[in-house]
Design a binder for this molecule. Structure first.
Ligand SMILES: Nc1ncnc2c1ncn2[C@@H]1O[C@H](COP(=O)(O)OP(=O)(O)OP(=O)(O)O)[C@@H](O)[C@H]1O
Ligand SMILES: Cc1ncc(C[n+]2csc(CCOP(=O)(O)O)c2C)c(N)n1
Ligand SMILES: [Mg+2]
Ligand SMILES: [Mg+2]
Ligand SMILES: [Mg+2]
Length: 329
């Protein structure tokens, strides 16, 4: 009799994924569907992002961190809209390098973040591909009916804010590729940020209550702020030197001769998973209090004006950008 292939489809589902399933709604991952009871007074909010090896993560990245990044890029989308997540559908397209130990590591990463962020697996699909591995998640959350912040609510007179720090995802990729010379602890922190960005889930309720428009920064700060400007039919003025930078980012900036070009790279590099949003300028003090209570850095990077598009300045001078952020060809 041939040996049982323990990395097969149904072993993966039964042994690694079923323990992660929602105790009621996931039906033990032995049915064709998941069933989520409706929640009166709430809207069901859905988002989906995929990760592809060689495009979003590196072939040598450990699979537990790939699983965490997969959940976190999706958690970031819901957090940026002020929505509380509860569960997700998962598609695994395993490559040839994904044997049992790699699949186990992937499931461990999922388990860790399910616990940290209070979500459960509802179902999904498991296939093998001859190409690079890829994964996707459809994340679901509840929002009080009619209360999801849109991209299109920015108005002249609003200020533009961003949480946390910008540029560590971009620098983290360079660090992981061995292309940065910084102190080892900085390199390690940057690589960890690239592999396991931290979504600003604690800020979601502040966005929900105070933002006029919001999104998360995945493509790049300038490109994503451009999405708010476009959706809202307004212009946005951005002071690029205000881009909040980490200690590692500052150390990197000090190694650069062309400071403006360096800021441009940080503000267009993407992979940040911070929240960018607009709110009435008069609410700045209240927003700062809310951020401080949650130990979250908050930076005012620009303002909303009448007009169209993002106008970027660096130390008062207009900047012509080669590109505003990441796009898939
Ligand atoms: N293949 C698709 N089918 C249906 N809708 C899509 C598809 N791709 C993107 N969208 C929709 O287009 C909009 C913009 O998607 P986008 O992926 O740019 O947003 P995001 O997830 O915030 O950004 P990022 O992918 O950089 O994290 C969203 O409403 C998304 O649901
Ligand atoms: C190996 C490797 N090369 C490049 C990048 C940079 N990158 C890829 S996709 C993306 C935007 C968000 O993706 P999406 O719009 O698909 O959600 C960014 C900034 C990376 N993370 N890994
Ligand atoms: Mg997307
Ligand atoms: Mg996204
Ligand atoms: Mg987004």
């Amino acid at each position: 009799m041939p040996a049982v292939d323990v990395s097969g489809e149904f072993e993966t589902i039964a042994k690694l994924l079923a323990p992660l399933a929602h105790p009621e709604w996931g039906r033990g991952l032995v049915d064709d569907v998941a069933v989520v009871p409706s929640r009166p007074g709430f809207d069901l909010v859905l988002t989906k992002d995929a990760l592809v090896e060689g495009v979003h993560f590196l072939p040598e990245d450990p699979l537990d961190t790939v699983a965490q990044k997969l959940l976190r890029v999706n958690l970031s989308d819901l957090a940026s809209k002020g929505v509380e997540p509860f569960g997700y559908l998962l598609a695994c397209h395993w490559s040839q390098r994904c044997g049992w130990p790699e699949r186990q590591a992937f499931a461990e990463g999922l388990a860790r973040d399910q616990k940290e962020f209070g979500i459960h697996l509802l179902g999904g699909d498991t296939v093998v591909t001859p190409g690079p591995a890829s994964f996707s998640v459809t994340l679901m959350g509840w929002a009080k009916a009619g209360r999801v912040v849109a991209r299109n609510g920015a108005r002249p007179g609003d200020a533009v804010f961003v949480t946390g720090q910008i540029g560590d995802g971009f620098l983290g990729l360079k660090a992981a590729q061995g292309a940065l010379t910084l102190a080892l602890e900085r390199i390690e922190a940057l690589i960890d940020h690239y592999r396991r960005p931290m979504p600003q889930t604690a800020f979601a309720e502040v966005v929900r209550d105070m933002a006029t428009a919001s999104l998360d920064v995945s493509d790049g700060l300038i490109a994503d702020i451009g999405h708010i400007a476009e959706a809202s039919g307004v212009g946005i003025e951005l002071d690029m030197e205000r881009t909040p930078v980490s200690l590692a980012g500052q150390a990197w900036l000090e190694t650069r001769v062309d400071r403006q070009a360096a800021f441009e790279q940080l503000a267009t590099g993407g992979d940040d998973y911070e929240i960018a949003f607009t709110a009435p300028a008069a609410d700045e003090a209240a927003l700062r209090r809310e951020a401080e209570r949650r130990h979250i850095r908050l930076t005012r990077v620009g303002q909303v004006v009448a007009g169209a598009g993002v106008r970027v300045r660096f130390e008062g001078r207009p900047v012509e950008l080669a590109r505003a952020g990441w796009t898939h060809g």
